[in-house]
Design a protein around this ligand. Structure first.
Ligand SMILES: [Zn+2]
Length: 216
């Protein structure tokens, strides 16, 4: 795994026992000690006492959380797109309501919502659950919603050679609800259209109708 090399510059043994999910190679690529020190600094900087009882475990807990929520940085989403079926199927495949959680890279605050992925196969069909895996890997990185949407669409276009790919992402950003403009309930919608969904108006209308059918 490519995560090995970055593990060498964190203190050896510092990760032992930190992580109970042993199948996950990811956290070893993340410098937990460094995050802990940084979180302690933040607590001091805002005027807290990081040594009071309630906060003592916070830096370590936050470090483990970051290793988890940013674990997608050390994974290649293409690994979930390698196994496909050869199938002559010319109609649209759509998976709606793939829920995800991500973190906005501007504030490191969560944004969460749903992704809808549609594609027009060109002889290659992917297992439906794999689409969810791809969303998961891409979401577990510091993100902006626009790039996340675009990245998922590019990955599918590239690996499946699909005739068309449509990705629509709807999300609520906590950086808009807990701070700044404080607009709870607002939903940000982004879309990326590739191939036929980009060039052909009726294909695009079809996929949007499918995505939004029987809703509201
Ligand atoms: Zn933000």
């Amino acid at each position: 795994m490519h995560s090995i090399d970055s593990a060498t510059d964190s203190a050896p043994g510092s990760l032992a026992g930190e992580d109970d999910d042993l199948d996950q190679p990811t956290p070893s690529a993340v410098d937990l000690d460094r995050i802990e020190r940084a979180v302690r600094e933040i607590l001091l900087a805002v005027g807290e006492d990081p040594d009071r009882e309630g906060l003592q475990q916070t830096p370590a807990r936050v470090a483990r959380m970051y290793a988890e929520v940013f674990g997608g940085l050390h994974e290649d989403p293409r690994q979930h797109l390698r196994k496909f079926f050869t199938q002559q199927y010319d109609e649209v495949v759509l998976v709606r309501d793939i829920s995800f959680n991500s973190f906005c890279e501007h504030h490191l605050l969560p944004f969460m919502g749903k992704a809808h992925i549609g594609y027009m196969p060109n002889g290659k069909v992917i297992g439906l659950s794999k689409l969810g895996r791809v969303v998961e890997v891409v979401a577990r990185r510091p993100q902006v919603q626009e790039r996340m949407t675009e990245t998922i669409a590019d990955l599918l276009e590239e690996t499946l050679g699909a005739k068309g790919v449509a990705v629509v992402v709807e999300a609520t950003h906590t950086c808009m609800t807990v701070r700044g403009v404080r607009k709870p309930g607002s939903v940000c919608v982004t879309s990326a259209m590739k191939g036929k969904f980009r060039t052909n108006q009726s294909s695009r209308s079809e996929i949007m109708t499918l995505i939004y059918a029987d809703r509201r």
